[in-house]
Design a protein around this ligand. Structure first.
Ligand code: B12
Ligand code: SF4
Length: 471
């Protein structure tokens, strides 16, 4: 075995698209690769180390999410002990956010190389270079896009590159994942229309986002220019997922699927006949790109749910977030969705944004109370590394607490000049009460879930509580 890839995470989150694309790139370069599901409860550092001690890969690569950093450290230590001489490479959102800092984050000597951003182009070149069995050549390392490497005691960081035509990447290596595990995993999501299963399976038609919201890392990960797969490729991916892996519903992992209207319409006309329904709830769609005709086309193509990132009801906070719209624009877009037909509509909100005041929160609560959406998801602001607002807080010396490696949005993080943690907590609870205490909304959700959904939903909450308590 040449390479084993995995993404340690404290709870299951489904088939990992990024690792799937990387595996295809490695295979195209003649390399043997495996993907291990490193989510709890399917794996632990000990069980993974025991496995690689037998298969003895030359290279192990970990994807790193910031909330999983502590867990990744444990995997790195376990693999180092199990396979002396193995080359350890990391990539993914956390590495892209902190760049060279990852060598300190994951203890010096723990990892050999790291990548910022997309690595389909660079990872195979690096792996082939380290497999030569001689010291990697400096001129080769210098030319690998996104690579972070040590050069005579200094850590160097090459500039990122973005593959222009996504079709050049091929399709993710679906055959390397255990789909049955996820088909069998008890789960529930309203977005699926009350049938079964959260969206464990993701696909991606486009990468990139031209916006620069101050709380988001997406432009650094995927660039500011929109890049696309051709609609026919997506249609065959969906057909393959259905026929070979029994998948009947997917979620789009795009930064904003409807950014290019013409492209979106041609995509919807192609994927409509595949027999796979889908939703846009992972990252949401930019509601400013939505109109009635487009939503009708989405529904005819099998869309069951979308999420709007509304974020705040205060124009002052929206400006701080670099979002150039007003609550009136949100309401107009919701009317368009409702007029187009039957679609489950969710919304994201952030509570406790730096600079937000109690007055701003009242504006948000007012909007929440009157918004015609089916579900509202509230997140407490978290200063994730690398996002523009965190960098600003750091520059101004206002971050009084380093982000704990197991931090979640649910945990208020202290920074100076904002609402106190208890105020954030209070408003967080208040927002839920304002939204969900309306009987018509509760009934709509209960009706959608049905009895089975309620039971499985409670199961899922208990599983999450158990996993968090165990951490
Ligand atoms: C889809 C998505 C999800 C899905 C993931 C589903 C899945 N099965 O993968 C769901 C809905 C579960 C999700 C959840 C969360 N998400 Co999310 N999500 C995204 C989104 C929109 C797209 C990710 C994606 O699939 N990209 C496409 C693939 C092809 O790219 P990729 O995975 O990044 O992989 C490429 C590179 O990163 C690199 N790479 C990746 N792994 C490795 C490994 C090695 C060894 C190497 C060399 C390279 C490498 O190469 C890959 C190929 O080019 C991103 C935004 C974005 N544009 O990235 C946010 C994003 C990743 N999410 C984010 C967050 C914060 C979360 C949550 C923590 C939110 C929460 N509070 O619950 C949760 C929890 C995470 C979890 N694992 O459960 C942040 C991450 C911040 C961070 N520093 O970690 C992002 C960047 C959005 C943001 N706010 O800025 N998310
Ligand atoms: S939040 Fe959405 S619109 Fe804003 S930068 Fe991120 S992906 Fe783009």
């Amino acid at each position: 075995m040449d390479v084993v890839l995995g993404c340690p995470f404290p709870r299951p989150y489904g088939i990992d698209l990024g690792l799937g694309y990387l595996a295809t790139a490695l295979r195209r370069n003649g390399l043997a690769v495996e993907i291990e599901d490193l989510c709890r409860p399917f794996s632990s550092p000990k069980s993974f180390a025991a496995k690689v001690a037998v298969s003895r890969p030359k290279v192990v690569g970990f994807k790193v999410w910031t909330p999983a950093l502590g867990l990744v450290r444990k995997y790195v230590r376990a693999v180092r002990e199990a396979v002396p001489g193995v080359q350890l490479i990391v990539g993914g959102p956390h590495v892209t956010a902190v760049g060279r800092g990852v060598f300190e984050d994951i203890s010096s000597g723990g990892i050999d190389y790291a990548f910022r951003g997309e690595a389909e182009e660079g990872l195979p070149v690096l792996v082939r270079e380290v497999l030569r069995g001689k010291s990697p050549r400096k001129n080769v390392l210098q030319g690998i896009p996104g690579l972070i490497w040590r050069d005579e005691g200094r850590v160097r960081s090459n500039s990122q590159s973005f593959v222009e035509n996504l079709d050049d990447l091929g399709s993710p290596a679906w055959d390397l994942f255990d789909f049955d595990r996820y088909h069998n995993l008890k789960s529930y999501s309203l977005s699926r229309g009350g049938t079964s299963g959260i969206s464990w399976f993701h696909v991606q038609a486009t990468r990139g986002c031209p916006n620069h919201c101050t709380y988001c890392l997406a432009p650094r990960l995927a660039g500011s220019r929109l890049r696309k797969h051709s609609p026919g490729v997506l249609a065959s991916q969906l057909e393959n997922l259905r026929k070979s892996h029994g998948v009947t519903h997917v979620a789009f992992a795009d930064d904003n699927l409807t950014q290019d209207r013409e492209y979106a319409l041609s995509l919807f006309s192609k994927i409509g006949g595949t027999g796979v329904s889908w939703d846009c709830t992972s990252n949401g769609v930019d509601f400013r790109t939505i109109d009635r005709e487009l939503v009708k086309a989405m529904i005819s193509a099998g869309c069951t749910a979308i999420t709007f990132g509304v974020e705040s009801g205060s124009e002052h906070v929206l400006k701080l977030m670099n979002r150039n719209y007003s609550p009136k624009d949100v309401k107009r877009a919701i009317r368009e969705v409702r007029a187009a037909g039957n679609l489950w509509l969710e919304s994201f909100f952030i509570i406790g944004f730096p600079g937000e005041t109690s007055r701003d929160i009242l504006d948000t609560l007012h909007l929440v109370a009157t918004l015609d959406v089916d579900q509202a998801n509230f997140n407490l602001f978290t200063p994730w590394p690398g996002i523009p607002i965190t960098r600003k807080l750091q520059r101004e010396g206002k971050l009084s607490e380093v982000l704990p490696s197991q931090a979640w949005y649910e945990k208020p993080t202290k920074y100076k000049g904002s609402l106190s943690p208890w105020q954030q907590g209070l408003y967080f609870v208040g927002a839920h009460v304002v939204f969900y205490s309306r009987p018509s909304r509760l009934l709509r959700i209960l009706h959608k879930l049905g009895l089975k959904g309620v039971i499985v939903g409670v199961d899922l909450v208990l599983l999450n509580v158990f996993l968090k308590a165990r951490d």
